[in-house]
Design a protein around this ligand. Structure first.
Ligand code: ADP
Length: 537
């Protein structure tokens, strides 16, 4: 309702000047602005002129000015030149005050609701005249313009208040009104909940933000935040801790603004961060657990890979062990002869020693790959490391009719890293390539393993196959853990390869081979100086 809006003092002072001027110009004792206060009307502003019997009233008197009532009822200007001469006005109450003539016009709020009237009264007969009526109407327009402005301002204020009220009522954000001295004057339930206090604590004045602040924060509040608040009138949200009533602490995000610049009171918004902090801690913990499970799976994967390899490796071992047996028999025969041939026997035993060493080297390499050892940094010659892996996979390649080609660059720098881990990555890539090609029926099955330099100073290893390749939309997905298209696959191989390469400061990428197949490439940073030094030594 617009007529609940209060007319502010500065506007009343302006209106006072208007009625004073009116009284003076029209030479009458009274010029008034009346305000309706249903069911009565009261004197709102009265001219400070000589002989004016009307006093502005706080509340409406019971006997009402009938002149003004009529103006408001008819919403029309009213002229009564002489009440004594008019049957209708003979007994109106203003006559008691000696006022026998009247000219008044209605004032309304922008929505058409009546505000009251502006009028002039005289002790003698007065016809006022056309010019005075126009003057009165002009003044009325000025007052109505003020009412329009007030209504607009009031509406904006109400909207703003409603928004703030919704925020306070929603009880999502803790809100309190503070005093610099420490007192909390008002707070919503959300704030009380955050700090674990009751409304009674607030009402009794026991709640002080200075008491809620742990000592180590209080210093910062006084030295940094309060001066900033004084200076700028606001405080960017920052994280701190508050004491709860039970003495425990709650992490919060808090922002504040003072009501007036440099003022001692203001509002603060408080957000409880416990939930977020807990989620963060949980995320950290699960990431730690997840990392533990990578490591474990990496080992499991290595063991599985080795399982797949056993068949082809046993083929590798069969040859030197068989040769050992044959040579041992031959040696024994040379010794058992009637005239033992020691030279032949010695050669047979030399061959046994060589084959036995080969077998044990193969065994060592397998053991190295199966062992779950932490990253062991050494200087690695990448070609040599690859050579060993290719030896181990030769049987698997043959079994699947895959031709293996090596294009190893000479004069490669050494790389610093864990030899076994790098071999593990290459082993995975090579076995994946062989497996992918074994699934195709036509066309050549070619596996090319090449090494080269990658500028500025890294070694580049490429494993290229002529298998079915990977669809473009899956190129990144295949590196994700548990992504597999194989019935018995774990989907961990490529994800482990990538983490190994990344742990060495390199990158592992997949692209398409032409005309078909997949190309896996990885880089490992190298140390050129070190390679030269080692070579000279
Ligand atoms: P897994 O071998 O247990 O499936 P990987 O992480 O080693 O796990 O491989 C994930 C998937 O990537 C495979 O299931 C396969 O679909 C695809 N992939 C890997 N290497 C190749 C390749 N050389 N050619 C085609 N697809 C491949």
């Amino acid at each position: 309702m617009p007529h609940s809006i209060q007319v502010p003092p500065e506007t009343v002072r302006k209106w006072q000047e208007i009625v004073d001027l009116l009284a003076e110009i029209m030479r009458v004792p009274s010029a008034l602005i009346m305000q309706v206060e249903p069911p009565n009307i009261k004197v709102f502003v009265s001219s400070e002129s000589k002989g004016n019997p009307y006093e502005p009233a706080e509340t409406a008197p019971l006997n009402t000015g009938l002149y003004c009532e009529t103006v408001m009822k008819t919403r029309q200007p009213l002229l009564v030149p002489d009440a004594f001469q008019d049957e209708a006005w003979k007994s109106n109450p203003d006559i008691k005050l000696g006022m026998i003539s009247y000219l008044g016009v209605p004032i309304s709020w922008p929505d058409g609701e009546m505000f009251g009237t502006i009028c002039v009264l005289d002790r003698k007969r007065n016809d006022y005249g056309e010019l005075f009526l126009r003057l009165l109407l002009l003044c009325r327009d000025l007052l109505q313009a003020d009412l329009r402005t007030l209504t607009t301002l009031n509406k904006q204020l109400e909207e703003r208040e409603a928004k703030i009220q919704r925020l306070v009522d929603a009880d999502i954000i803790g809100i309190f009104i503070w005093e610099l001295g420490g007192r909390i004057i008002e707070a919503n339930d959300a704030f009380l909940r955050i700090v674990g206090y009751e409304r009674e604590d607030l009402v009794s004045g026991r709640l002080r933000w200075t008491d809620l602040t742990p000592p180590e924060w209080l210093d910062r509040d006084f030295q940094q935040y309060l001066p900033e608040l004084k200076r700028t009138g606001r405080l960017q949200p920052f994280e701190k801790e508050c004491f709860r009533k039970d003495g425990s602490r709650v992490p919060v995000l808090i922002g504040a603004a003072s009501f007036e610049e440099g003022g001692d009171q203001g509002v603060a918004l408080v957000l409880d961060l416990s939930e977020r902090k807990r989620a963060e801690a949980e995320a950290r913990e699960s990431e730690r657990r997840y990392r533990e499970i990578q490591t474990a799976l990496a080992h499991a994967n290595r063991v599985t890979t080795m399982g797949q390899l056993t068949a082809s490796i046993s083929h590798e071992l069969k040859q030197p062990i068989g040769a050992c047996g044959a040579n041992a028999e031959a040696g024994l025969r040379w010794l058992a002869a009637r005239s033992p041939n020691l030279e032949e026997a010695r050669q047979a035993f030399e061959r046994i020693t060589k084959d036995a060493r080969r077998a044990s080297e193969i065994m060592n390499r397998i053991r190295g790959l199966v062992k779950n050892t932490p990253m062991d940094k050494e200087w690695v010659q990448i070609n040599e490391a690859i050579g060993e892996v290719i030896t181990l996979t030769r049987g698997e390649a043959m079994k699947n009719s895959v031709t293996v080609r090596m294009e190893l660059a000479e004069d490669l720098p050494l790389v610093r890293g864990d030899r076994v881990q790098l071999q593990q990555a290459m082993l995975n890539l090579i076995l994946n390539a062989i497996e992918a090609m074994s699934a195709i029926d036509d066309g050549p099955r070619e596996l090319t393993i090449s090494t080269g330099k990658d500028e500025p100073s890294a070694v580049l290893v490429t494993v290229r196959d002529s298998g079915p390749g990977v669809a473009p939309e899956n190129i990144e997905r295949v590196f994700e853990p548990f992504c597999t298209t194989k019935a018995g696959g774990m989907g961990m191989g490529l994800s482990i390869c990538r983490s190994i390469v990344q742990a060495h400061g390199g990158t592992l990428r997949l692209s398409a081979n032409v005309p078909r197949g997949a190309v896996f490439q990885f880089t490992v940073p190298a140390n050129r100086q070190m390679s030269t030094t080692l070579k000279q030594a």
